[in-house]
Every structure is written in C-alpha cells, then in structure tokens.
Write a protein that binds this ligand. Structure first.
Ligand SMILES: [Zn+2]
Length: 282
C-alpha cells in the first residue's frame, strides 16, 4: 500500500519537535508523500523549511480562520485592522515566493467561535475578509486551495458552510479541497458541483461518523483525498491519543475494507490535485 497524506502538521507541536522521526515512521507505514499545511505565518514558514529538506514533502501556506482570534480584537480601530491585514498579505506574498504547492488552510470556522464564546460578528467578518484576500492570492499564484470549513451542522442562519460557498462562487479558485469535510449533504453536493475535492481523515472510522461516511459515499472516487490532519483526529483504534502521521495507514485500510474505496485511485488523485508529476517526485 502506498499513501499520499495530503494534510499533515509536521510543523505543529507535538509533532514538530521530532518531526523527522515521525516522517520516517510514516514512510515505513506506506506514506510516500505528504503536504505540510500551515495555519499561520510561523507554521507556514516552518512547512516550507521542512518541505525543502525532503523530496517527498511539500508545503502549503496560509492563515487558518482559527488563528485570527489571536491577531484581531473587536476593540481595534478600523485603520489598525487594515494595517494588520496589509502586513499579513505582504508576509503571505513573501512566503509564496518559496514555491508552496497549495494555499491553505484557509476558510471559515464559526464552530470554534461559538464554543469559545468569542465575539461572533466581528470575527466572522474578519474570517471572510481574510478568506477573500487568500483566495485572490491563490488565483494570482495559480495554486489549489485547502479549505477548512466548520460550523454546527444544524445551524441554518449565517452558516459557515453556505457562507463559504457564496464566497467561493464570487472568487472561484482553480481547485479546492474541503479538508476534513463536514456539513450538510446539500452543501457537500453543491461544493462538488463547483469542483471541490473531499478530504477524508481518521474521524471517518469513528462509530459516530455515519454522516462522514455518507459524505464519502456521495463523492465521486476521483474527488477523494486522504489526510491525517496529524496531530489531530487519530483513527478509531487510537481515538483520544495524539494522532501520529503513520496512523493514516489505518484510515486507508478502513476506506478500502469497510467503504470499498480504491486506494490507488485516491493516491493518483493527490498527484493530479497538487499538480505533481508522480514519477518526477518518487
Ligand atoms: Zn489541519
């Protein structure tokens, strides 16, 4: 079995401290390639540095919606917000010079705002602004987008899922993947119609994940991508533990044996999605 882990955080703790050992262990479990995904400027820079050191590792740079609450505060003056947005754009532009293979993870996450009791309206607006800025950068640099979108699934008003689709409609990226896809099936169907690929993670193996399995079932096989999202979302046998990148092999086995998915097809999808020549990088 060979696996392309299209979403992994070797750049985040606790993996970052001994990421090379984690990468070696993942390789013995069948992982041949991986995309290291940035969540803020610092982790994006780290992803680029790590990717430079290994031929089969690639970087994605971007600012995760969840990182914004550490940068912006509701009491900031509009001019201060503008200045910070300009600086972030400039820093991203510098990172984009180092040839990442994707832009992300970027998106909308209202779920966290709710659960943490944060000022919703303010942060939702900043998330939307930052998403649009980054979609424009993806377009300029002709990069696929790794999207993180999350909300309460039953929340119909101002739902992050449908807000995301509205923005994507207006600023369409060349390609995008719904990383760790969740949300109403109507949203998933619409996103696939708009060209989305669907990222599947270890949580598909949970007993309670009937909804995610429905998402997988309605996705055309050429649109599926496999991800660990390590250190998060360990598969069922390791639920509650730190997710280590090698554990993706258990998710892959589950997809093949329980959900009758074709792993070779999913492997191939990864190379086409990120515009990588399979032979060139092996
Ligand atoms: Zn992630």
């Amino acid at each position: 079995m060979h696996i392309f882990d299209t979403h992994c955080h070797y750049n985040l703790d606790p993996l970052a401290t001994n990421w090379e050992a984690h990468w070696s262990k993942a390789q013995t479990a069948g992982v041949t390639h991986s995309i290291i995904v940035g969540t803020d400027i610092e982790s994006s820079q780290m992803a680029l540095t790590q990717a430079k050191s290994q031929k089969q590792l690639f970087a994605s740079v971007g600012i995760h919606p969840g990182s914004l609450e550490d940068i912006f505060h509701p009491e900031m003056k509009p001019r201060d917000i503008e200045v910070i947005l300009e600086k972030l754009t400039l820093k991203l532009t510098t990172l984009l010079q180092s040839n990442p293979v994707a832009l992300g993870e970027v998106g909308l996450d209202y779920y966290r705002l709710r659960s943490k009791g944060l000022k919703r309206e303010f942060l939702e607006n900043i998330q939307k602004t930052m998403l649009i800025i980054q979609l424009n950068l993806a377009k300029t640099y002709n990069l696929p987008v790794i999207a993180h979108v999350r909300d309460q699934i039953d929340r119909t008003e101002e739902n992050a899922y449908f807000d995301f689709l509205k923005i994507i409609e207006k600023y369409p990226p060349t390609k995008f993947v719904l990383h760790c896809a969740s949300g109403p099936l109507a949203y998933i169907e619409k996103a696939i119609e708009m060209g989305a690929s669907i990222g599947v993670d270890g949580n598909v193996t949970y007993d309670s994940a009937e909804h995610i399995r429905k998402i997988v079932a309605l996705t055309p096989s050429e649109k599926l991508l496999l991800e660990t999202d390590a250190p998060y979302l360990a598969p069922n046998q390791h639920k509650g533990e730190i997710c280590e990148p090698w554990m993706i092999s258990e998710t892959a086995q589950y997809l093949e044996s329980e959900l009758t998915q074709n792993l070779e097809q999913i492997y191939q999808n990864s190379f086409s999605f990120f515009d990588l020549e399979r032979n060139q990088v092996q």
